[in-house]
Write a protein that binds this ligand. Structure first.
Ligand code: FMN
Length: 186
């Protein structure tokens, strides 16, 4: 290979390397600035159905962009974590038309913690004819505690067939859909 040709090959190689390095840098920057949603889902459960709803909602949220969703049982959750979430979702089984005592306590304690959130949504599991009863009670409770809070979406109410479950077939699909809707709305 003569010198002129060797120099041309070197120049072309340099251009290829520069192209790949630039592409790598641009991709890293795009990932860094891409709008991801940080979500916290806190639930209470006796028989596991409300936990299942929480996990399905999280699947829906995480299926959009690179969102991050933390799902936690209210029992054992450290309310004093110093974090800000774009969205907090609170879920409870309907117990006597209301959310459970542990969720009531959690909501009451929220204003005095370092945990911060920009908007909220709620969900319940219920039996029989109590559609949205606990959802409405939770929305009212949160709005009383945080008068200027923003509801991301009206609450989701999921029916169970018996006291211990399972979730009725036609409602299962609504859980992930609700998560996806929340993610697209933010
Ligand atoms: C103490 C208790 C009270 C309940 N009261 C109601 C009620 O008033 N209305 C209703 O629709 N379901 C009621 N249920 C049924 C619960 O909503 C159901 O057990 C729950 O959705 C199951 O969710 P989990 O598996 O997460 O506990 C009650 C259940 C318990 C254990």
């Amino acid at each position: 290979m003569d010198n002129a040709l060797r120099e041309r090959v070197i120049v072309i190689n340099e251009k290829i390397i520069t192209y790949y390095i630039s592409r790598h840098i641009i991709n890293s920057i795009l990932k860094e600035v891409s709008i991801i949603m940080k979500v916290l889902i806190v639930f209470s459960t006796t028989y596991g159905n409300t936990q299942k709803v929480a996990e399905l909602i999280a699947d829906g949220i995480n299926s959009v962009e690179d969102n991050e969703t933390v799902v936690s049982n209210v029992k054992g959750f450290d309310i004093n974590e110093d974090k800000t979430y774009d969205l907090i979702i609170i879920g409870s089984p309907n117990h006597g038309g209301h959310h459970t005592k542990s969720i009531k306590k959690f909501i009451n304690n929220l204003p005095t913690t370092t945990l911060k959130f920009n908007s909220f949504a709620v969900f319940d599991t219920y039996m029989g004819k109590d559609f949205e009863k606990a959802v409405k009670a939770m929305e009212k409770h949160i709005t009383e505690v945080f008068p200027n809070s923003t509801i991301a979406l009206p609450g989701l109410s999921i029916k169970v067939g018996r006291i211990k479950g399972p979730i009725v077939e036609e409602d299962l699909v609504k859980c992930k859909e609700y998560g996806t809707k929340l993610a697209k709305k933010e």
